[in-house]
Structures are given as C-alpha cells and as structure tokens.
Design a protein around this ligand. Structure first.
Ligand code: 3HC
Ligand code: NAI
Length: 700
C-alpha cells in the first residue's frame, strides 16, 4: 500500500506528497507523515527547498471533521504548523483542487504558495459553526487585509486562484496539469534568488490601517446582522480578526483564537452543524442504488409549463450549460415565462452576479415552443403544469407517446401520487418525481420521489444531475406531500388551531422566528398569497383564511392578509384580523387561553417531528438525517439546530412522546403518537441510533 505521506527528491528539491483520499483531510496520520517527511527533508544536506503537494483530486481540504470532539491525537496541528513555518529551507505549497480550512492554514505557514488556475482557497469553518483554529484568523488578515479577511471567514467563500493571486494569497499560478513541475521550478528560483523565507505572522503592515478603527468591525456586524442572526460563530470569527488587529503580539491573538475555537468546537451549534455536514453527504447514498449504477446521459432537457416553477427549473439547467426546450399551452404564457426568466438573469447581471454576455448565453440555451412534439429528442422532461391529476395524466400519456425510449419523465408535483401518474404510461420505470422548491432557481432542495417502479438508473441519474445543477437531493417515497410538505402541513394546521385557541398570529410568527426560521407561518402564507387554491364561489367563511380572502385580504401582494403591509412591505399586526379571530373564538363558545412561547414551539414543532417518525416507519425517507437535510434546505430550519429529527434527539424523544400523548388525548387522532416513536422511547433509543441500525443492519 502507498504511504500516506511520502518524501522523494528531485535533484535539490524535496517533494513531500500527501495521499489520503478522498480529500487529504488533515487527520493524525497525515499530520504525523508530514512532520516526519519535513524533518527528513530538512536533515537531508542535498535538499535546498521543499514542495508540499497532494495526490488525488485536491490539496488538503481541511481538518478531519470526524476527529472533532474526540481526544486529540499526536502530533497536533500546532506541531505540524511549527515544523513547516520554522523550516530553515523554503517550503512551497503546491495547491490544486481546494485548499480549505486547516488546508489553507497549512499553506499559510509555508513560505510560498503556488496554485493551478482551477484551484480554490478558503476558510469555510463558519459552515461548521467554527472558526479557523490553526492561526487562520491571525494570518489571513496579514495577507489580504482586514475587510477581505472578515468577508472570507464569515462567508466561508471559496476564492478562485486568480482572485487569490490578486490578493497575494498565492504567489504564482501554475499551468493546470503541471503543478509539480511549476512548484519545483518556483522552489529552485526561490533558492537561486535567495528569496527571504516569508513568515506571514511577522508581517503587520496590512493590520495597521484597521488599528483603533472599531467602526470597521461595528459596521460589518450591522451590515450582516440579518445573515448572522442566531449563529454564534460569525461573532467569534469577527472577534478573532479584531484580536489580530489589536493584540500586542501574534501569540496573543493566537491565544484568543484558540480559546474561541475551543468554545465553539464543544458548543451545541457546531456539533449540530458538523452532524449536518455528514447528513448532507449521507443523503446521496441509496442502499439499493450502488454508486457504480450506470447513469443515463442528459444532454437536453424539456420543461413543460413556463409558470412559477417551470421557469425556475429551466434556469437551473441553462445555468449548467444544458439546452432546454420549454413547452407551454399558449403563446402569451410562454412569452411571459421567458420574459420572467430574462428579467431574473438581468437582475442578477445588474447586481454583478453575471456578465452581460452570460445573460444572452443562457437565454440562447432556452427554446420556447407550443408543441409537445419538440420534446422528442430530450433526455429528461420535467412537467410543471397545474396541480391536477387529470391534467397530469393527460400530459404523461402524451409524453409517453412522444418522448424517445430511455428518456426520463419527471413530474414536479407537490403532492400528487407519482405512481398513479406513472401508471398512465407504458414505461413507469422511467417516471420519477423531481420536486423543486420555489423559487426553483434559488432553493437548494430537490426531493427525488421514487415511484414503486422507478428504475435504479433513473434514480442514480437524478441524484447525479441534482449535484450537477447545485441542488441538494434527498430521496423520498410516494406519499401525500412527500417528506417536507407532509411535515409542514402539521405545523400549518397546528399554528392555525393555536390562533383560534388564544395565541395571536404575530405571537406564533415571533416564536418561530426566534427559534431560527426565516419567517413564521402567517408571514409565509401572506407572502405566498392566501388565495392559493382558494375559489370565491366555493368559499364558505368557515376558516380565518377564507374570511380574509373574501374581504380581499389576499396577502402581501394586496397590502393586507393576516398582517397589514405598508408601502415598503413592512408587516404590522392587523386589528381587522384580530377582530375576525375574536369572532371565530366567540362563535366556538370557548374562551381564549393564555399560550406561552414554549407551548407554541411544542405545538408547532412536535407534531412535525411525529410526522417525520411516521415517514420513517413507512420507509418514505431512508434516514432521520435525510429528513433534516430536507428541512434545512427547503424550509429554513436553522442549521445550528441540526434539523427537526436531530433537534428531537437533543431534547429527548421521551419528552416529545409525553407531549404528543397529551395532545392526542385532548385533540384526537391527527396528533396520535407514531408507533415507532413509542418503540424508540421504550427501547431507550434515539433517531441517531435508528439511522445507525439502518446503516449496519447486522447490528439490529
Ligand atoms: N473531514 C473529513 N471528511 C471530509 C472532509 C473533511 N474536512 N471533507 C470532505 N470529507 C469527506 C466527505 O464526508 C465525503 O465522504 P463520503 O464520500 O464518505 O461521503 C468525501 O470526503 C467527499 O466529500 P464531498 O462529497 O463533499 O466531495 P466534493 O468533491 O463534493 O467536495 C470539498 C469536496 C469541497 C472539499 C467538500 O468535501 C468540503 O467542502 N469539505 C469540507 C471542507 C471544510 O469544511 N474544511 C474545513 C474543515 S474545519 C477545519 O479545517 C478546522 C481548522 O481550522 C482547525
Ligand atoms: P403555475 O400556474 O405558475 O404554472 C403552470 C403553467 O403550466 C402555466 O403557465 C400553464 O399555462 C401551464 N400549463 C398548464 N397546462 C399545460 C399543458 N397541458 N401544457 C403546457 N403547459 C401547461 O404553477 P406552478 O406554481 O408553476 O406549479 C406547477 C407545478 O409545480 C404544480 O404541480 C405544483 O404543484 C408544483 N409545485 C409548485 C410549487 C410552488 O411553490 N408554486 C412548489 C413545488 C411544486
């Protein structure tokens, strides 16, 4: 077997190569290997300079996330960094793929950095609820300046090599495929020219400008307050950069960083975010669809319907360079749909997110048509027409007739039965649900809905395609609302019931907002439009929503819904809504009761978790962690709380069961505890245990 870290010599240059697939994470064995090889190179009198390079697809992509929270193993990262930084011979980091987190921190203690054009560099620890804990917060601002450093550590952005060169984060760009040669040549020149060994820690010039300017940090906090809400790590990252500027020595700043890192690492937010990191990657694995399942080529996509969803779905593929044919029923709907796409692209370009020529390039990939026959050469067709079974069936019968053999026929239905849709075709094995979320060009979640007869390669292709268009895919089974909406329906129902029991819509929204959601259910309903699926002729004044619609309070677009809205779309609690609620309560003959914030959380969240358990016991989700991935990506569940099922484990399944039993006794069967929940509690198990057992059935 190849050594994890090996040392070879090319004339006077030592080459230390890390080979630890998949991403050369900085695990103990890598750290030990590098220290050993660097020491060997330093001791070798023939060696004049050292190149640190990685095999495989990337430079070091960071610390080994799986090692966090475990007893430290020797040598520690500090020992490794000291060995590199204090080397009397120049060390050149040769970067390809990604130099992230601890990987970039290693590169920052090397005396020089060269990178391929495709390489990316960044400190993404923030995404794990952490901060760069190996000197990154102290060294980065010394190279790129305080403002850029603040931006990089709090966004976790991966900076392309060209930009990194412009900000002196790398010293030279090397031709792709010739990294080793380029790095060796750089190292030779360093020796020949007698370049001084750069120790980033000694360079304070870029910090001077920020010294004593607290406003830089205060403004940054203010500007990003919304983005950082609820998270601990952004503030700690900022404080570390402040410490880099204001400490009397590098060591003093480093001590601040170490302290904050330790606090974050052991805190609940980072633990949840690290769990989430692996959950997202786990979701890609489908036990009976192996990684080597052949996939179908997707070179051309068809989208049926250019409405809210069809347009956004089409954009995803155009963004990835895949041509799309969009078919509509009427010319004006087609023109409108294409117009919306164009103005979306133009808005992005105006904000600097796209070059003007890219707008045209993407629009050129989209072809509008009124004829289904134009789908004949498409490899994948996604239907996004009205949510009605009769229409979907008619559409799929036509697609079956027109589309070529092997084409994947997908529906974007939110809740209709995919098997019933598939049954109208002669090829149910080619039919799948691809449930995008609105706005489909923005939202990361894709529920991949597996029908009873969906072929393995159709699933494998869909999962692969999802990654290609930047979506996070989760496999779901056929059931009403699949994973996400099925659980959301629980929250919606209970929120509405709570309002008729005495809580105000603004209380419910405030509590869920404070829990960490981007907005509460009533604000969300106002935003979506209260008249979605509502028809005046059939309205019976029997629900709060019906009454609001009947009097024209259709939501934010009408300036009034549950809330009143001013011209700037600021929401204010509405006395009109309050009066309608009061009348409903009076009519019910019950008295409003005082409902605490804690009760609001329990009533809105526990039934969702209970539904999640039912989804698991019916096998409609593969794992509890898959459900968490759905909620974090599709519904704004705060990632620092891991996801609903992870959250349930933290508060204890027993507590949830007790509450669900209480709700069931008072409110009936729609709140009946799931039998799997009862079983897990009886066995003293958690959802994490449940997932573990699924992973290794031999343990069950
Ligand atoms: N530690 C442990 N495992 C890691 C890892 C890491 N840093 N990075 C990736 N992996 C694993 C993944 O879990 C996955 O495992 P699996 O195949 O068993 O599911 C495998 O490597 C491949 O990862 P991806 O599927 O994510 O591969 P991609 O090619 O899509 O992406 C990547 C590659 C961009 C490097 C992405 O993996 C990534 O973003 N990794 C995390 C980077 C990161 O956060 N680094 C900072 C770590 S914290 C740190 O360094 C602290 C320090 O400051 C002290
Ligand atoms: P929409 O009403 O905005 O768009 C539907 C479009 O389909 C219209 O432009 C209509 O002209 C066109 N259409 C109808 N019948 C057609 C036919 N036979 N041939 C070609 N075009 C036809 O609807 P929206 O919101 O885009 O929804 C589409 C589908 O996506 C529905 O199944 C819906 O449940 C689902 N969905 C909607 C979400 C949302 O938030 N709006 C989220 C996720 C899924």
């Amino acid at each position: 077997m190849d050594k994890v870290v090996k040392f070879e010599r090319n004339d006077t240059i030592a080459i230390v190569t890390i080979n630890r697939p998949p991403v050369n994470a900085l695990s103990a064995v890598v750290r030990g290997g590098v220290v050993e090889c660097i020491n060997a190179a330093i001791a070798d009198p023939q060696v004049k300079a050292i190149v640190l390079i990685c095999a495989g697809r990337t430079f070091i992509a960071g610390a080994d996330i799986a090692e966090f929270g475990k007893p430290p193993k020797s040598p520690g990262v500090d020992e490794l960094l000291a060995a590199l930084e204090n080397s009397p011979k120049p060390i050149v980091a040769a970067i390809h793929g990604n130099a992230l987190g601890g990987g970039l921190e290693v590169a920052l203690v090397c005396h020089f950095r060269v990178a391929t054009q495709e390489a990316k560099l960044g400190l993404p620890e923030i995404k794990l609820g952490l901060l760069p804990g190996s000197g990154g917060t102290q060294r980065l601002p010394r190279i790129v300046g305080v403002e850029k450093a603040l931006e990089m550590v709090t966004s976790g952005i991966h900076v392309p090599a060209r930009e990194a060169l412009a900000m002196s984060l790398v010293d030279e760009i090397v031709e792709e495929g010739k990294l080793k040669e380029g790095a060796i040549s750089f190292a030779r020149r360093a020796v020949e020219e007698g370049k001084p060994l750069v120790k980033v820690r000694e360079n304070n010039t870029k910090l001077e400008a920020a010294k004593g300017h607290r406003a830089i940090f205060e403004n940054f906090r203010k500007l990003n307050a919304r983005k950082f809400r609820g998270f601990l790590a952004p503030e700690y990252n900022i404080r570390c950069i402040e410490a880099a500027v204001n400490s009397s020595s590098f060591e003093e700043g480093l001590a601040v960083e170490r302290e904050f890192f330790r606090e974050l690492e052991t805190g609940p937010q980072s633990i949840a975010q690290r769990y989430y990191f692996f959950a997202e990657r786990q979701a890609r694995k489908i036990p009976d669809v192996s990684d080597d399942t052949p996939t179908r080529p997707i070179n051309k996509v068809g989208v049926l319907g250019a409405g809210t969803m069809g347009g956004g779905i089409a954009m995803n593929f155009a963004n990835a360079g895949i041509p799309v044919t969009i078919v509509e029923i009427k010319q004006d709907a087609l023109d409108r749909g294409l117009g919306v796409i164009k103005s979306n692209y133009e808005r992005t370009a105006a904000r600097g997110g796209l070059a003007p020529e890219q707008v045209n390039q993407r629009m050129d990939l989209l072809t509008g048509s009124l004829s289904l026959e134009d789908f004949a050469d498409c490899d994948l067709i996604i239907e996004a027409v009205f949510e009605r079974m009769d229409i979907k069936k008619q559409v799929f019968a036509n697609l079956d007739r027109i589309c070529k053999p092997g084409a994947i026929l997908a529906t974007n239905t939110s809740e209709l039965n995919v098997d019933e849709i598939a049954s109208i075709t002669r090829r149910p094995e080619d039919v799948i649900g691809l449930h995008f979320f609105s706005p489909a060009n923005v939202m990361k979640l894709l529920e991949v809905v597996r029908g009873e007869k969906t072929a393995a390669d159709v699933i494998a292709t869909s999962m692969k395609l999802a990654k290609m268009i930047g979506k996070v895919a989760v496999l779901a089974g056929v059931c009403h609302g699949f994973i996400g909406n099925r659980m959301l329906n629980q929250r919606e129902r209970e929120a509405k019931k709570l309002v008729l029991e005495g809580a105000s819509p603004w209380d419910v929204d405030r509590v869920l907002y404070d829990f960490g959601f981007p907005m509460g259910p009533f604000r969300m309903n106002d935003l979506a439009g209260l008249d979605l699926g509502w028809v005046m002729e059939e309205s019976k004044s029997s629900t709060l929503r019906e009454v609001l619609c009947e009097i024209g309070r259709l939501g934010q677009k009408a300036g009034a819904g549950y809330y009143d809205y001013d011209v700037d779309r600021n929401a204010k609690p509405s006395p009109v809504t309050e009066k309608i609620i009061k009348d409903f309560i009076a009519k019910s003959g019950k008295s409003p009761r005082k409902i605490s914030d804690e009760q609001i959380v329990e009533r809105c969240i526990y039934p969702m978790i209970n539904e999640g358990v039912k989804i698991l016991e019916e096998g409609k989700a593969l794992r509890a962690s898959d459900i968490d991935v759905v909620w974090v990506n599709g519904y704004g569940w705060p990632v620092y709380r891991g996801g609903p099922m992870y959250y349930a484990d933290q508060i204890g399944l027993e507590k949830i069961l007790v509450k669900m039993k209480e709700f069931h006794a008072i409110m009936g069967d729609e709140l009946k505890p799931a039998s799997l929940l009862e079983k897990l509690v009886a066995d003293g198990k958690t959802f994490a245990n449940f997932d573990q057992l699924r992973k290794s059935p031999e343990l069950a």
